[in-house]
Design a protein around this ligand. Structure first.
Ligand SMILES: *Cc1c(COP(=O)(O)O)cnc(C)c1O
Length: 435
């Protein structure tokens, strides 16, 4: 499998090259140029297959020219010391818990694979790279943890001062070593602009190998397909009919990864796009009209995206292949009130605390059932509720148990460098440290 740009099929790159480039040189998104039939590989998996083993087999099957069996094993063992978990809610509903990694959100899977793959490549080539990311919270913490102490790589995370939660700030600022946190005296948009400007700055380009790690990177996207396949294998024994997957969505990377897995042969009845009030995709599925717009702030803030970057890829899958997107994808919107009432009801009736994003997913499943679906549904639980302490406290009147790997951070001291929201001080700092 190689990758082509969504804008021009003549712009191509093998996996590892696409992974270092991030965006295609023509500004498009990289997209797989083929849809391998992996059913024979998937048939070997069952409920006992460890996640890392499954990742090895899929990596090898997808990229035989880039990873020997030994390479695939070394890569996936380094990337996945953690695993997803499937929690049974009732006979027809399962939560796919994706928050058992270092930063307690699903982004750990993609970020960790990307970091391990970059490290291997840089060490072989005896080169160094600096990862530059802007974050409003979740992405930065996943990337920082994934790259922490990797060889030949430094990470610089820009975050808006005072606008990430206290716990998220600890996740970004307490790791140290090769991870530097810059506290930008501005907004998230300022952080993003500074990163974009840095990537095209002549001085920086001439002396530092700057690389991105944002969610459009195929090195993050592809490994996210793996846990769908893993969940489907867990269910095979007792499931009646293929499961539907419900995905709390913002930029739609996670959902796109699931659709890839299905195109490679994974059994799936349907995909459900769960949005918050930023509902451009559910609206498109209803009306056929796609209207990207500025995002609005909600309780499920990692899904506050008004112009989902992966929509371009989803379109490609469906339009180019003459499939009707509505045969595969349903969409539902959850208001903040619906998120709150779902969290409260699940806590009251089941004693289960779910994060606001997962609650938007559960709300969508309930609507999907009301619309007549009777099969099995797997809802992706995208983050640990303890990442959203303030929301849980105000909505449920309780403080969820904090996993040890998060609790530990609360006592550590933050190390940041405050910086004005301009390119000049960023350039100076990068040149001084890495130039
Ligand atoms: C990033 C994120 C999402 C949205 O994922 P996309 O791939 O952008 O659709 C949902 N929930 C949580 C907790 C996230 O961190």
């Amino acid at each position: 499998m190689n990758f082509v740009s969504t804008r021009n099929a003549g712009v191509r790159a093998p996996f590892l090259e696409a992974l270092f480039l991030g965006l295609a040189p023509d500004g498009g998104l990289f997209y797989p140029d083929s849809e391998p039939d992996l059913r024979a590989v998937m048939e070997r998996f069952d409920g006992a297959t460890p996640f890392a083993e499954l990742a090895v087999a899929l990596t090898e099957a997808l990229f035989p020219e880039e990873f020997s069996p030994d390479d695939a094993r070394a890569l996936c063992t380094a990337a996945f010391p953690f695993s997803p978990a499937l929690r049974k809610i009732d006979d027809r509903h399962f939560l796919l818990e994706l928050f058992h990694g270092p930063s307690c959100a699903f982004k750990d899977f993609g970020a960790s694979f990307l970091a391990a793959a970059m490290e291997r490549r840089l060490r072989i080539d005896d080169e160094r790279a600096v990862i530059l990311v802007a974050t409003s919270g979740d992405t930065g913490s996943a990337v920082a943890h994934a790259f922490h102490r990797r060889k030949n790589i430094d990470v610089v995370v820009l975050y808006p001062s005072g606008r990430v939660s206290p716990l998220q700030e600890k996740q970004l600022t307490t790791l140290g070593d090769n991870v530097a946190a810059l506290e930008v005296l501005g907004s998230f948009d300022d952080c993003q602009r500074m990163v974009k400007e840095a990537f095209v700055d002549e001085t920086l380009r001439a002396s530092i190998n700057l690389t991105s790690a944002n969610s459009i990177n195929v090195g993050r996207l592809i490994p996210q397909s793996f846990y769908y396949v893993w969940a489907a294998a867990q269910l095979d024994r007792d499931a009646d009919g293929p499961p539907a997957f419900c995905v709390p969505s913002g930029n739609f990377g996670n959902l796109t990864a699931g659709v890839f897995a299905w195109r490679w042969g994974m059994r799936a009845a349907r995909f459900i796009a769960a949005s918050n009030e930023n509902d451009v995709v559910p609206e498109y599925l209803d009306s056929g009209v796609y209207t990207p717009r500025p995002s609005v702030q909600t309780l499920a803030n990692a899904m506050d995206v008004g112009a989902p970057s992966n929509f371009e890829r989803l379109r490609k899958i469906f339009d180019d292949r003459q499939l009707d997107i509505r045969d595969t994808l349903s969409g539902y919107r959850a208001s903040d009130d619906e998120i709150v009432s779902t969290m409260q009801r699940w806590y009251r009736e089941r004693g289960l605390v779910v994060c606001p994003h997962t609650a938007a997913g559960i709300h969508a499943v309930e609507r999907f059932r009301a619309d007549g679906f009777t099969g099995t549904v797997v809802t992706l639980a995208t983050a640990h509720p303890a990442k959203f302490l303030e929301v849980c406290e105000s909505v449920l009147g309780m403080r969820p148990d904090i996993p040890a790997r998060l609790a530990r951070l609360l006592d550590l001291e933050k190390h940041t460098t405050a910086i004005e929201p301009e390119l000049a001080p960023l350039r100076e700092l990068l040149m001084e440290r890495y130039g």
